[in-house]
Write a protein that binds this ligand. Sequence first.
Ligand code: PLP
Length: 459
Amino acid sequence: MSTPTKFVLDESQIPRNWYNIMADLPVPLAPPLHPGTLKPLGPDDLAPLFPMELIMQEVSAEREVPIPEPVREVFRLWRPAPLYRAHRLEKALGTPAKIYYKYEGVSPAGSHKPNTAVPQAWYNAQAGIKKLTTETGAGQWGSSLAFAGALFGIDVTVYQVRVSYDQKPYRRALMETYGAKCLPSPSNTTNCGRAILEKNPNHPGSLGIAISEAVEVAATHDDTKYSLGSVLNHVLMHQTIIGQEAMKQLEMAGDDPDVVVGCTGGGSNFAGIAFPFVGQQLRGKGKTKQRRIVAVEPAACPSLTRGKFAYDFGDTSHLTPLVKMHTLGSTFTPPGFHAGGLRYHGMAPLVSHLHALKLIEATSYHQNECFEAGVLFARAEGIVPAPEANHAVKGAIAEAMRCKREGKSEVILFNLCGHGHFDMSAYSAYASGKLVDQHYDEKELAMALAGLPSVPEPA
Ligand SMILES: *Cc1c(COP(=O)(O)O)cnc(C)c1O
């Protein structure tokens, strides 16, 4: 093998700016609406939940937003993240395609999420905030914010979806090791949690409910703000360091991707790898390479491929603003599957918008075929992917097999957004044939979609 396997940048090449795709959109994003008045939201409406710097980033139209030096200083712990050429996977597949993957599992928490947890905690600390609340599904986001809180002296309380809290004690142990407090959601510490427990004391919880609880606490306590690990514009922007680094690394490799693949839960790691490439295309106006950008989602929670592009709430108890996004309906509870980070009813407004403009594609797979791809990847490349990341692995392998059929040596880039070391029980279940490809309930989806809030289309 004469070409390198690993493309590594120097610490000085950690990006100095986040890339804000708002500056390059051909059609502006639909504004978030106040849940009471249905009028576009002003910055002050969000002030109870977020520090002003992050609110300004949420609405910013500047193409480049500087990354504060103390944040870049923390990034040096694991960034720049390596880019790999998957020589052994290519061989195992017998494909003429070149496959590259950006590996975000090198972060302390094991995924891309600290890329936004660190700046979010830093901006809150700068604003004098001492307490943050948040939600977590599988525990990836909770452990990332717990880590970031420890760095800047912020108390973090994490509402963890009850099923994960019971089934994944090690993620909870990791959050507690970083000093965070972890509560099962629904809990009896909030009005919305109590209301849900009253109806069903054994409620398994959902991300939508955990968000309601975390938002309620922040909205009712002056010293507490809320932090979200995906979906919002500023969160997606924080992740664009992934794609910016990958671009430089592919230049080192002398390649330019034909296809960029990422998995989508709320859309942040996908946006991170994809938006810098989409932006280059938008600014090039046909003069740069036209790449295919592919989002891969779970077939059991298919917001992009089966959801409606409509205004909806981000949470179950309807405390959040209304945003226009691909949604399965805020009352939809996806069936249980192992990629907990992908079990969300909505999709980031920015990712939804690009999909509606046909600038990105979306596809979906069931969990068994994703685990099959993940095991194949692990046996060839050594890294055991997170169950969420297996969706991206599956998407990349599908593209590589298409190249094989068509005899094309396209360049495929995908984001390996995290490792699966905390998810080995899911791999055991897969190995013993116990994973079930669950189908969502068509009737429940129809009901959830019928219950979408009615918002008059702006003139
Ligand atoms: C949280 C998580 C996801 C899903 O979130 P996105 O915002 O869609 O990236 C995917 N992969 C991993 C490893 C995660 O921790």
